[in-house]
Design a protein around this ligand. Sequence first.
Ligand SMILES: Cc1ncc(COP(=O)(O)O)c(C=O)c1O
Length: 414
Amino acid sequence: LPEMDPAASASPSFHACVQGSSFQPLNPEDVRAYLYKAADFITDYYTSVESMPVLPDVKPGYLRDELRASPTSEAMLVTLVAARDAALRRIASNGMSYITRLTVYATDQTHSTFFKACRLAGFDPANLRSIPTGPETDYGLDPAKLLEVMQLDFDAGLVPTYICATVGTTSSNAVDPVSAVAAVAAMFNARVHVDAAYAGSACICPEFRHHIDGVERVDSISMSPHKWLLTCLDCTCLWVRDTNHLTDALETNPEYLKNDATESGEVIDLKDMQVGVGRRFRGLKLWMVMRTYGTAQLQRHIRSDVAMAKAFEDLVRADGRFEIVVPRNFALVCFRIRARGAMTEEATDEVNRVLINRLNMSGKVYLAHTLVGNRFVLRFAVGSSLQEDRHVRSAWELIKKTTAEIIDGEEIVQ
Ligand SMILES: Cc1ncc(COP(=O)(O)O)c(C=O)c1O
């Protein structure tokens, strides 16, 4: 907060509260003053947001000293730890208690935090299976391939333990078929987690729920309202079929945490379902979002984002210079300038790299890129609460103009 308005020299300062060597609580009048300033800051930001560059003019690392590290993807981690412990108990009774035998499965499109969580949970890196995907399944998991890999592992004496299916992958919003994955998992008594970090928000609308058909057969599902449900970072919801799966693996009962509420059994001790003990009250902000907007408004938010993405997709499809690389499922459009004439794939990638760099340097738009099928792809994502049709149209005009400069100006690398 003290950094918010360096120009205001007469502003009260929290530093004044530290007097002598003893700790002094915050001065309530200082708090009041900063809260007013915070309100002004937020209001000014929203009234002038259109005149600001899309990206801030700061260097990576400038906030390093002020930020605390926070655990990554704990939702997946805790379900992995629970599945690992359950599998170990299962095979221990057969006299083969080897964590090195447990295997986990996901696709090559799965978010990188999954494999990080596997390492944290103690799975042997040699037993992490990344199943390749391709355009024939729009980069979703092919259940036949999953079955084949799991069977091979099983035949080799390994223990298929955990599958992470993603609904709405980060790169291209691919959807793994939850129902088919659950059927394959059941053959090996493996657990299934669904990572719906982004696309889970769309399921507030009935018309998108078919993407999670079969979810009634999985063990857990996570979705992050901070991605697409108007909630600020960070807020991830984890649902588990049986909370004993988590408490069996993560419960601790030290004397200093004993209390009447816990002893009564009437409260849910979330510390026993997560890695750390303390936690922020993230549920409050999600509750505030839900109360502020209501279901109908939240559905409108998702639907209008999807409609804007579809409008953009239609514009791209209608322009022969571009191609849609994978069909759009939600509010992300993966597109690129297509190869012209004798252009090689490498040269086409390079043209697209030039395009995205110029667009992002303009300060008017920001697009992220990815590789789909090893080709460089631009990602047009609609998701900001203030985004309107006119922004999509002006972004498209900028994309067309910049493309014309690159292509018609014959700046292409042949
Ligand atoms: C499908 C999916 N899973 C997991 C993550 C990781 O989420 P977070 O950055 O909130 O840890 C992402 C982030 O983009 C994602 O798209």
